[in-house]
Design a protein around this ligand. Structure first.
Ligand code: AMP
Ligand code: ZN
Ligand code: FE
Ligand code: FE
Length: 283
């Protein structure tokens, strides 16, 4: 069966592989198509696309936008956008600025706690890509302040923790509409991270996002078990949404997630790519 991976990160955000390296690894993993979906940036897409031509693997341009939600983490994936769309570019610039203002705030909160990290150290770790909390977590591990990246998130960086500073300035509706405006396909990323307590709660969230223009649901995902994947597929059917899937590969930044394979048993059918392309042309 042909397979794909529609959710990955490169050094353009908080992944550890360059866009070219990632595409090469997708070929080695036997995938038929690969998407790059960096956090709030399209900076890695042109390199990835050129590499995909060189390696002869189908490429799907993407992005992952962080949005405001009252609990858990809500991320909206966008696929196949016109990357030059003016409003799309403006929104990316706005969210990138919010990130750039947030990082020094987190460093100041850490410094107050006696944990010194400089902006230069972060730049070194991020290799020129957009800086996020995972880079700060890695700096904390390197300096011996915490034992692991997850330790850093638990004790200092997660929402509500001692050195947390908020960032999201986009509403889900704005993210969905700006992706649609750029002729892209907006997809709700990793629904498990919304921390819905019941089926009904998740159903209501998906219903309201669909009203706002959502077109797809990331059903296959590294952290979804079979039951949750089935629930997502049934919701996608109910609301006429495209079924997509991705591993959320970050390279060394999340060593337990393998490209195209997640924690080992993830299989994402290539039909997800065909459905995305069909949704774009029908929109
Ligand atoms: P940011 O973009 O700065 O808000 O950071 C989001 C990134 O942090 C995403 O790639 C998440 O996968 C990662 N992340 C969030 N929570 C944790 C955690 N508890 N442990 C490790 N990584 C995390
Ligand atoms: Zn990430
Ligand atoms: Fe995400
Ligand atoms: Fe992601």
């Amino acid at each position: 069966m042909k397979t794909c991976d529609l959710h990955t990160h490169t050094t353009a955000s908080d992944g550890s592989d360059s866009p070219s390296k990632l595409v090469e690894k997708a070929l080695e993993a036997g995938l038929s198509a690969i998407a790059v979906t960096d956090h709030d940036t399209t900076a890695g897409l042109s390199e990835a696309e050129m590499a995909s031509k060189r390696f002869g693997i189908e490429f799907v341009p993407g992005v992952e936008l962080s949005v405001n939600f009252h609990k858990g983490n809500m991320h909206i994936l966008g696929y196949l956008m016109d990357q030059e769309d003016e409003r799309f570019r403006q929104v990316l610039t706005r969210v990138q600025k919010a990130r750039a203002e947030r990082n020094p705030k987190i460093l100041a909160l850490l410094a107050d706690l006696g944990l010194e990290i400089s902006m230069d150290e972060l730049k070194e770790i991020s290799k020129g890509g957009q800086i996020g909390r995972p880079h700060i977590a890695r700096a904390m591990v390197e300096k011996g302040y915490v034992r692991s990246v997850s330790d850093a998130f638990e004790k200092y960086l997660k929402r509500g923790a001692k050195a947390y500073a908020p960032k999201s300035i986009l509403s889900p509706k704005e993210a969905i509409q700006v992706i649609r405006g750029a002729k892209g396909v907006p997809v709700l990323a990793h629904p498990f991270s919304l921390l819905s307590e019941t089926r009904e709660e998740l159903d209501e969230t998906v219903a309201s996002l669909t009203d706002e223009g959502l077109m797809g649901l990331e059903c296959y995902y590294s952290e979804h078990d079979d039951a949750f994947t089935s629930l997502c597929i049934s919701l996608a059917k109910k609301y006429g949404l495209v079924v997509t899937g991705g591993s959320d590969y970050h390279g060394k930044a999340k060593p337990y997630i393998k490209l195209g394979r997640g924690k080992g048993n993830l299989v994402i059918p290539y039909s997800c790519v065909e459905s995305l392309r069909a949704a774009k042309s029908n929109a």
